[in-house]
Design a protein around this ligand. Structure first.
Ligand SMILES: [Zn+2]
Length: 235
């Protein structure tokens, strides 16, 4: 699957790299214009006694920009919601819809909002679920509906129907072979130094290998892919 323009929508600096760093690297190589929209400011990303949100925020933004850059991402936008407190409300729905109508992507990649946990050792972060729910709300009904957020029309942002949505799901139906992109994914993750991004290498490899096993390749990323247009509708 090849897209002209993609929007990766996620809660925290480093989420995009975990979710789809290999896919993003491949798409960028193939000429897809990839946009990142990071919804929170990542400011809760330190448990160091004495660390403040004001200190953490710029570190995480810089790490995210560096990671996006080596993957080839065209633009990174931060919506600046406080990390750990992301809510799905009319304000955040409007903010996300503004970006979707502005960027007008052929595909949105986002977390699966229904993922509560995995296995017996991981509870999904509340912000990840909210980011996924915000992506779904943007796809339907917020971005395509003219009477949703009429103030966006005043900004020149006309309604937009998102043709494809790829959720980073535990029940995937679409696999991307990232054999030639796993190293750059790991490099991008390592750039999130404040989060110990490099320490995750072995389990990131393991997970990619597990998905590769399902897909019939060495390493893969996996998604649940929705498609909302008939092929004839596209020119
Ligand atoms: Zn996260």
């Amino acid at each position: 699957m090849r897209f002209a323009k993609a929007l990766v929508l996620f809660a925290h600096p480093d989420d995009a790299e975990y979710m789809c760093g290999g896919t993003v690297a491949k798409w960028c190589r193939e000429g897809t214009e990839v946009h990142y929209v990071c919804i929170t400011d990542g400011s809760a990303g330190s448990n160091e006694p004495g660390a403040t949100r004001e200190q953490v925020r710029p570190v995480r933004a810089a790490e995210q920009r560096a990671a996006a850059e080596i993957l080839g991402v065209s633009a990174v936008t931060f919506l600046g919601e406080p990390d750990g407190m992301l809510e799905v409300n009319l304000d955040t729905r409007r903010k996300v819809t503004r970006e979707v109508r502005r960027i007008r992507p052929e595909v949105i990649v986002a977390p699966d909002p229904s993922r509560l946990w995995s296995g017996n050792g991981y509870i999904n972060h509340s912000d990840h679920k909210a980011a996924g729910a915000l992506a779904l709300s943007a796809v339907m009904p917020d971005a395509p509906t003219r009477l949703m957020f009429p103030e966006l029309l005043d900004e020149g942002l006309e309604p937009f129907e998102v043709p494809n949505l790829w959720l980073s799901s535990m029940e995937p139906d679409t696999f991307v072979d990232i054999g030639d992109a796993i190293e750059i994914k790991l490099k991008a993750l390592a750039l999130h130094g404040s989060q110990g991004g490099a320490d995750s290498e072995s389990w990131v490899r393991e997970r990619a290998a597990e998905l590769g096993n399902q897909a019939g390749c060495e390493y893969a990323e996996a998604f649940k892919a929705f498609r909302f247009v008939d092929d004839e509708e596209e020119e």
